[in-house]
Design a protein around this ligand. Sequence first.
Ligand code: DAK
Length: 260
Amino acid sequence: MEYKNLLIETTGGITILTINRPQVLNALNSDVVMELECALFGLDMDESVKAVILTGAGEKAFVAGADIKEMSEISSFVAHEFARKGQRLMLLINKMRKPVIAAVNGYALGGGLELALACDFIYASEKAKFGFPEVGLGVIPGFGGTQNLSRLIGPNKANELVFSGRIISAAKALSWGIVNEVFAPEDLLPKALATAQEITAKGTLGVAYAKDAIINGINMSKEDGFRYEASLFSVLFATIDQREGMAAFLEKRPAEFTGK
Ligand code: DAK
């Protein structure tokens, strides 16, 4: 499929997926959301792809939020459709069997921050800026932002960011635990790629099941989460990767995982 608003480049099993509307700071209109959903679904199905890095085109923005021009003109019905599409996209990232790393190269505002928060973790450039301007537009975050942010950093810091609509620096986002690491702008993609390579050298099934355990376990009671973890753990003992990983350790050689 041809995408109007995305660039997709896969090398060595790692895909860099770039949202490409730099003239409007990569704002999310309904076409971009639809294209992202199609592309990510395809990447999840593609066995040659083992990890995805999501970033924005240009120097200035990851994604500066939903497209305000498009949003200002939509009916309540279309807003509902847009919300459902957006929420489906965020859930798809969670359900993907592959890690998705957000490489935030500039503004990540509103829906853009929600998109980054839906990813498995966030690396940021020193130039990145984060915020939820929604209350200043008379709405609230609607692509899971209130839920994902408060689960990540706790309700008090989430309240301050969402209620104030304030835009914070990458350093502040790091100190609050929104991003894992901050890099010089030119180092952001190389560092994200290096981490993706480290992850993809491991058993893909192990990584997929670990993602499943963490994402789904977080909404369970601790006891249910432990039980869920045990069931995933034991399923892995039916795989060739488990036998290969442990045999390689005992034979003092690198493991050759096949994802089977
Ligand atoms: N939408 C459309 N165009 C945008 C845009 C956006 N979000 N952000 C920037 N642009 C456009 C600007 O209009 C400008 O276009 P031209 O004037 O050149 O034609 C171009 O990008 C460059 O932007 P600026 O000239 O404004 O650049 P500055 O460096 O001066 O300022 C800025 C950068 C990021 C501070 C500023 O552009 C800004 O405040 N942008 C808007 C940020 C924002 O409020 N984002 C929306 C948040 S609300 C939903 C669920 C979720 C959502 C919606 C619905 N449902 C459940 C239905 C999400 C909502 C949001 O994301």
